[in-house]
Structure formats: C-alpha cells, structure tokens
Design a protein around this ligand. Sequence first.
Ligand code: NDP
Ligand code: MG
Length: 389
Amino acid sequence: MKQQIVLLGATGSVGQSTLSILRDHPDRYSLFMASGHKNVEQMLALVTEFKPQHLVVTEAQAYKSLQQRWPASSQTQLHFGEQALLDLVAMAEVDAVVAAIVGAAGLLPTLAAAKAGKKIILANKESLVIAGELLMAEARRNHALLLPIDSEHNALFQCLPQGKVDLSVSSLLLTASGGPFREHSLEQLVQVTPAQACKHPNWSMGQKISVDSATLMNKGLELIEACWLFDVNADQVEVVVHPQSIIHSMVRYVDGSVLAQLGSPDMRIPIAHALAWPERIASGAQPLDFHQLASLTFEPPDLERFPCLVLAREAQHLAGLAPVYLNAANEEAVAAFLNGQLAFMDIAGVNAKVLAQVGVEPLESVSQLQHEDQRARAIAHQHIQRLAL
Ligand code: NDP
Ligand code: MG
C-alpha cells in the first residue's frame, strides 16, 4: 500500500527536496495534498507532475491566477485558505504530513496534524519554538509521531538509538556552519546585503532561513527546537561551529563516547530518513567521498558578532511567551532586512528590544499565543521604523 503524503509548503526549498524523494519512489509514496502560497508556476508544475488529489493555496492573488490557468483536464481539486489546510491534513487517508511552511504560519496546520494523530515530518522549526509545549502535548495525547528533518535534529535522532535522551546522555551538540559571514569583522557585518546573506556556503535554502543562518538565529531557534523535541533544557545543548557541514550534530554520552551523524549537506538525506523510518531508502544525495574531505574543523561560536544565539538561550530560559516574542520580532526584522529597510546587525537589535518587552505570563493557549504574536510584531515594527535605512 502506498503511503498518502501531505506536503505543506510544497513550493519551497524543503518542499522541492521532498518532491524529489517522492519522484524517486512512486511505488512507496503518493501525494495526497500539497500546499503553496504565492508561487503559481511551481504549483502548476507539481499538479501536472504529481497529480495530487488536492492543492491548497493560501494567498488570494495566487489563488485567482491559478483559477484562471487551471488545466481543464486536471483531476486535482483546488482549494483556498488555511481552513482547507486544517481540514485536509486531518483526513483519514493521510499517512504522513511533511510540515515545510516557513515561519509561524506553519503552526496551525502542524497542530492540526498532531491533533489528528498523524506522522509529522517536521521542518517548520518556528512552530516548535513558539508553541513547543502545546505541540508536544497535542502529539503525545493523540499518539502523533514527530520526526524532525531539520538536519541537526534528524542527526540527533539518529544518534539516539532509543529515540530519546535518558541519563546516559550528557549533552546534545548542535553543529553550525557559521554561515556566510563567519569570518566577517563587526565593521564588515554592518555593510552586508540581502544577496550576500542569502548565499549560504554549504546549503541551498529559502531566504528566511538563509538570513537566520547568517545571524546564527537559526542555531538559536534550533536550540529551542532541540529542547522540546528531546525534552532537555538549554544548558544541555552545546553549539559548535563546524564550517564544512559534514557532521550534522552529535550526542555526548556519560562514558565519554560521542556519536555523530555525517552526510553531504543535502536535505534529501534527513527527509528520506524520516519518510522511510524505521526503514532506509535512497535519497539521491551524493555519497560522502572521504578522500575528498580535506579536514573537519570545529570552533566556538562568536557571541559578540552573532548575539542572536544568546537571545535564543535567554528566551528559552525565560520560557512562557519569550520565544513567541523573539520569533515574531525575528520574522519581521528578517523581512525588513530582505526589503532593504533594515541593516543586517539591526536584526539582532530589534530582536533584543522586543524580547525585553515580553511579559511574565505563561503560555496557555493558541489564541493567547496568536494575540501576543501580533503584539510582538507591532512592537518590532516600531523599532524597525526608528532604525529604517
Ligand atoms: P521557503 O521559503 O523555500 O519555502 C517556504 C514555503 O512556505 C513555501 O512553500 C511558501 O509558499 C510557503 N509559505 C510562505 N508563507 C506562507 C504563509 N503565510 N502561509 C502558508 N504557506 C506559506 O522555505 P524553506 O523550504 O527553506 O523552509 C521551510 C521551513 O523548513 C522553515 O521553517 C525552515 O526553517 C525549515 N528548514 C528549512 C531547511 C532548508 O534547507 N531549506 C533546513 C531545515 C529547516 P510560496 O513559495 O508558494 O510562496
Ligand atoms: Mg538546521
């Protein structure tokens, strides 16, 4: 029996890598539903190639344009809006949901998949950052299986034979490439452009995560993500810069052993791992050639030049709504940087200012989270306007 797959964020970088695996394994997987936001060309292309039963579009202009261009012969049903996503994710025939929408917009569909007890293949780290407690509780309550495909967390999962952290583990070691500006001075960092920030040395990714990698906020978000996925506190997560991106993360055990997962920097590896787990299938990625690997190097992260990592640790210690504030500020600041409104180093500045304004109340519900998320975005906009270029 083929597995019926829902692919949220099919038009993005992780979405396209997932489609590459589905293309290579038509005997195992069938695309039940795909979603996209603005990218009309990619949506038309995937409908033609993969013939999903449903396509959901979440952006009004793109929906209009798809309606006009919809092929008369298409068997795929076209839907508009978030509610359609939530309804289709929960349908009985769905076996697995790949959550690859970017940002907080991914939260509700991921929660819907958890409520419906689905196998969730999670790329959308922001949903765990802002709602880790709610999402993990929902997954536990409904026996939803949560398999991470963020490469670091997938590596950690592979290095934990029991799939979880117990007393034999002394820490989790997240590796970071250091991004394109690893060797930039503070003066140079002030000058960097969006095009430079989006050009990651090892990985090809969407714009938002590429900027997050350049500020090291990505590693900060991943630290919080690791805390929820593996039920550890922030002090049990180390970050080590490893510029070659060959070791994707490691687990340190009390006896002194360290287990690492290695592979080419290609998202098809963690995606194939999670889709097929506990089996393994070919991913199409280049095998590692150890004769070509000149060296693997390691260094500590520079917290002065990359303060976002410090902010993320602080947010996780503060708990409650702090990660919601940090994530909302970061999404707005990164968008402003990409639009040419904000300087690169001001991303961290806006994040710090918004985080400083978080209240002390605990996170209790999705509606409270959404309200506070909007408030944090409004505060971020005030700071962005003051700092605007
Ligand atoms: P992309 O920007 O390439 O793709 C994002 C996807 O989300 C697209 O399908 C986009 O649609 C859709 N989208 C954007 N905004 C909305 C919205 N408001 N509502 C619904 N859908 C929306 O991102 P990536 O693929 O790089 O990243 C996706 C997620 O995976 C992120 O959370 C990222 O942190 C995580 N991740 C990514 C990795 C990578 O290698 N790229 C590695 C590890 C984690 P459209 O394009 O049609 O507008
Ligand atoms: Mg990652």
